[in-house]
Design a protein around this ligand. Structure first.
Ligand SMILES: [Zn+2]
Length: 179
């Protein structure tokens, strides 16, 4: 018996292939699941960033999960706008990341998106003012002991994470980078 509910639940439960403790729904990658009367399924996802190597796996996992739940055919569409942001990662997923030893993304400074774009070339002799500095998110705390951490590398086990080491307990950990 194919039900839309069952297919939706199966798709939502697909784990992120790189961070298997969280689902694509919890990460905010899953945007929409629509199921027709016969179970034909259309899924919409927003990748975390352009060129994320996990996306092909996620598409294949979505198709497999929906078929196992009884969908006769599955289409996976990708939408890029609005762009995915770590703000879409829910509270529950942040807690799961921390429990897995991955420092969750911090709060992003408010977007500076409404700053006017410079138009054309400035006249000669004009002193250009620097654009407002929006600041960087604070350094993540150690997910094990909450201690201060230093960054070891811009990239951790995957491109969306950076590598840090706790100055208190000495443990290295991944940090899900804000964007
Ligand atoms: Zn620590």
């Amino acid at each position: 018996m194919v039900t839309a509910e069952r297919i939706r639940a199966a798709v939502a439960a697909v784990p992120d292939p790189e961070i298997r403790v969280v689902t694509i729904a919890e990460l905010g990658i899953l945007r929409e699941v629509s199921v027709d009367g016969d179970g034909s399924t259309a899924v919409t996802i927003t990748p975390t960033y352009v060129g994320c190597p996990a996306m092909d796996t996620i598409r294949a996992d979505i198709r497999a999960a929906a078929r196992r739940a009884g969908a006769p055919d599955v289409r996976v569409d990708t939408v890029w706008s609005p762009a995915w942001t770590t703000r879409w990662i829910g509270e529950e997923a942040r807690a799961k990341l921390a429990a897995a030893g991955i420092a969750p993304p911090g709060d992003l400074p408010e977007s500076s998106g409404d700053l006017p774009e410079p138009v054309g070339a400035a006249p000669a002799g004009t002193r250009l003012l620097p654009l407002a500095v929006t600041g960087t998110p604070p350094a993540p705390a150690c997910p094990r002991c909450g201690g201060r951490a230093e960054r070891l590398a811009r990239f951790g086990s995957t491109a969306c994470k950076s590598l840090w080491r706790c100055e208190s307990c000495g443990e290295p950990f991944d940090h899900f980078k804000e964007h």
